[in-house]
Design a protein around this ligand. Structure first.
Ligand code: C5P
Length: 402
């Protein structure tokens, strides 16, 4: 994806860890994407990489001291905190994460973090055992609870010889995720209708046919669309998720119910329709009035095809911009493009569900998005971040000047 950070001001905080060497590349990536970057380093970070390197790459003096009269005479620390649209601590060591969680302001970086009203992001990097330790887990949970965005860490071999989670994400990925966090406003005033979760097709009063959809992707998209300024109606099958703030949620059960609610929501006014729901393809021909008794060794339930909700919306004369999802285990591109055409979609986001680490119940996802004349791979990331990136892609299709 073209990473766009033009006019964005990023304060990069570097703490002490071997991954600090990647921060030099990160400064380049952020600046290449159009951001203005100022760097602040902890004392420990200066043991791993010199401020001079970061100064040369960022084009600005590097801030290291809280009580530095010379630096305060230039851009004082409170001014610097206010200047930043986003503060990114990369690498974020276990120590700095603990200090941020505790709300300490015992050096320049932690002070700036406290004083910064902008978006707050950490990219943890540490030994895998430190990452899974209870104190670190609790500190990260605490930061997440305050709305901090946590990027990574990735798994793999570590500088200390261990293998596991704790590697800082690559600079290019960090730059991409930061750009996704600025997608706000790109859907200002747009009306979005999203289907999410599974459907339940009743067999009798106590049984149904359904699937394992968690609804997480649809809910993350609803949240991302609201953040981007849209008015969102979320038509949801049964899931165990809280309704994102400022989203109008309508609960449904069966596919027929979902279709009927979707049609009326689109008739009420809809600019973008996003179909993330895992709609049951078939429903029992008839619903037994009473609970079916076990009488024989076998039971046959006749099923009939459900209507295709997204295709129905896409075939309306007043069709909105229509986005579908596809879960494939093979020939991902071929099947996705086929669905784009057959269902008359404007865009399709395709997951490879043969991968164990992403998909239905997972908090992470990875996908390839196709539209007429283009495609974009979105690498594995939390569904919340993938959702923001997808919203950016949708916004750019609707308004190419973005
Ligand atoms: O054909 P398939 O089920 O793979 O297509 C998936 C896409 O179509 C998803 O966007 C899903 O929400 C949508 N769909 C639908 N109604 C159906 C079946 C699928 O809206 N009955």
């Amino acid at each position: 994806m073209l990473v766009n950070l033009s006019n964005k001001r990023i304060l990069l905080g570097i703490s002490g860890g071997i991954a600090a060497y990647k921060s030099a590349d990160l400064v380049r990536r952020l600046r290449d994407a159009g951001a203005e970057v100022r760097v602040v380093m902890t004392a420990a970070a200066c043991q791993f990489i010199t401020p001079l390197t970061l100064q040369a790459l960022s084009g600005h003096p590097v801030h290291t001291e809280l009580l530095d009269p010379e630096a305060e005479a230039g851009m004082g620390h409170i001014e610097l905190a206010r200047w930043a649209d986003l503060v990114l601590v990369a690498p974020a060591s276990a120590d700095v994460i603990a200090r941020l969680a505790a709300g300490l302001a015992n050096d320049l970086l932690t002070t700036l973090w406290l004083a910064c009203p902008g978006i707050k992001v950490i990219a943890p990097a540490m030994n895998q055992q430190m990452w899974v330790s209870s104190p670190t887990r609790e500190n990260v949970e605490c930061l997440l609870g305050r709305g901090v965005v946590v990027l990574g860490p990735a798994s793999g071999s570590q500088a200390c010889g261990d293998v596991g989670a704790g590697r800082m994400l690559e600079a290019v990925e960090l730059a991409r995720h930061c750009a996704g966090l600025f997608a706000t406003g790109s859907l200002a005033g747009r009306r979005v209708v999203i289907t999410a979760g599974p459907t339940r097709e009743p067999i009798d009063p106590v049984r149904y046919v359904s699937n394992h959809s968690s609804g997480k992707m649809g809910y993350a998209l609803a949240q991302a669309c609201v953040e981007a300024g849209a008015r969102v109606t979320l038509i949801s099958g049964p899931v165990h998720l809280p309704t994102p703030e400022r989203v109008q949620r309508i609960n449904v059960g069966s596919a027929l119910e979902m279709l009927s609610v979707a049609e009326s929501a689109v008739s009420d006014g809809c600019d973008i329709f996003i179909a993330t729901a895992a709609v049951a393809d078939y429903r029992p021909v008839s619903v037994a009035e009473h609970k079916i008794k076990k009488t024989g060794d076998a039971l046959t339930i006749e099923l009939v095809r459900n209507p295709d909700i997204v295709a129905t919306v896409a075939s309306r004369p007043d069709r909105p911009f229509v986005v579908g999802f596809a879960a494939e285990t093979r020939q991902v591109e071929e099947y996705a493009k086929g669905k784009l055409r057959d269902k008359r979609l404007d865009m399709i986001a395709c997951n490879d569900v043969s991968r164990a680490d992403i998909g239905f119940q997972s908090d992470d996802n990875a996908m390839v998005v196709f539209w007429d004349g283009g495609s974009q791979r979105l690498d594995k990331a939390p569904k919340t971040l993938i959702a923001r990136e997808l919203v950016s892609l949708i916004a750019r299709q609707i308004n190419p000047s973005l």
